[in-house]
Design a protein around this ligand. Structure first.
Ligand SMILES: NC(=O)c1ccc[n+]([C@@H]2O[C@H](COP(=O)([O-])OP(=O)(O)OC[C@H]3O[C@@H](n4cnc5c(N)ncnc54)[C@H](O)[C@@H]3O)[C@@H](O)[C@H]2O)c1
Length: 246
């Protein structure tokens, strides 16, 4: 308890899945938490967490829209005028190999999964600079580290997140802001419900032999968000049950 005491954290894609679990854990560790999501269910998620923990709020947004990030910046300016932690977690899956992928599919996935992270870092930078101990955690994927021969747009977008993270870690270091990416393997969330039920998809599971629970990703995000990781920046941390060890 208290690992994020006196910190203000913004988490995107926090209505469900990993984002929700990260928001719950950060609140339990003492942070003031702002959840964002395009799904209005985030409002109930925020209310559920705040009933137990206190200062938790929700702002609806689409991470791929700069105007929405400006709206979030206005909210933060009015409410706190500060931000210590940004978790760029919102994302969508991508379908189709290089041969199959359409331009529309490519654009949609790049807009949300890659551009959304760029916009997040760009728009929250003025607040994170004020923190002096800022931490950005970008939720990428093991599909930024290894290929599968499918989901071309997703591999490309998550790979972009990995390298945006590394270059941001260099650009933002003079401001005391650390930037790291996490790379989950298969996680039990609404995104993967169908995959988890299909035995043909078991190749997605690493040596540990099961999918991750969202809390196992949230603990990695907590470590990187907290001052415990004060000398760590620019890393790409797999949280994948050993998948990429092979
Ligand atoms: N589940 C997995 O196996 C897995 C593995 C590796 C990485 N990831 C990544 O983890 C992150 C979280 O995914 P999850 O598994 O919790 O899935 P999820 O579908 O439960 O959660 C994703 C959330 O992002 C929100 N979202 C989607 N598009 C948005 C947009 N344009 N603007 C704002 N919010 C938006 C959704 O409404 C949803 O609440 C994603 O970036 C995903 O790519 C997931």
């Amino acid at each position: 308890m208290g690992r994020l005491k006196n910190k203000i954290a913004l988490i995107t894609g926090a209505a469900t899945g990993q984002g929700k679990e990260i928001a719950k854990l950060f609140a339990a560790e003492g942070a003031t938490v702002i959840l964002t999501d395009m799904n209005m269910a985030g409002k109930e998620t925020a209310a559920e967490i705040s009933n137990a923990r206190g200062d938790v709020n929700f702002v609806q947004m689409d991470v791929s829209k700069l105007a929405d990030w400006n709206k979030v910046a206005d909210y933060i300016k009015d409410a706190y005028n500060n931000l210590d932690i940004l978790v760029n977690n919102a994302g969508i899956p991508g379908r189709g190999s290089i041969e199959e992928v359409t331009e529309d599919e490519w654009q949609k996935v790049m807009d949300v999964d890659a551009k959304g992270v760029l916009f997040g870092m760009k728009s929250m930078l003025p607040f994170l600079k004020k923190s002096k101990q800022g931490s950005i955690v970008n939720n990428s994927s093991i599909w930024a580290l290894v290929g599968t021969g499918s989901a071309a747009s997703y591999h490309a977008a998550k790979g972009a997140v990995r390298m945006l993270t590394k270059t941001a870690s260099i650009e933002f270091a003079p401001f005391g802001i650390r930037v790291n990416s996490i790379h989950p393997g298969l996680v039990r969330t609404p995104m993967t419900e169908r995959l988890l039920e299909d035995p043909k998809e078991s190749w997605r599971i690493g040596p540990i032999g099961r999918a991750a629970e969202p809390i196992e990703i949230a603990y990695a995000a907590l470590f990187l968000a907290s001052n415990e990781s004060s000398y760590i920046t620019g890393i790409d941390l797999p949280v994948d049950g050993g998948y990429t060890a092979r």
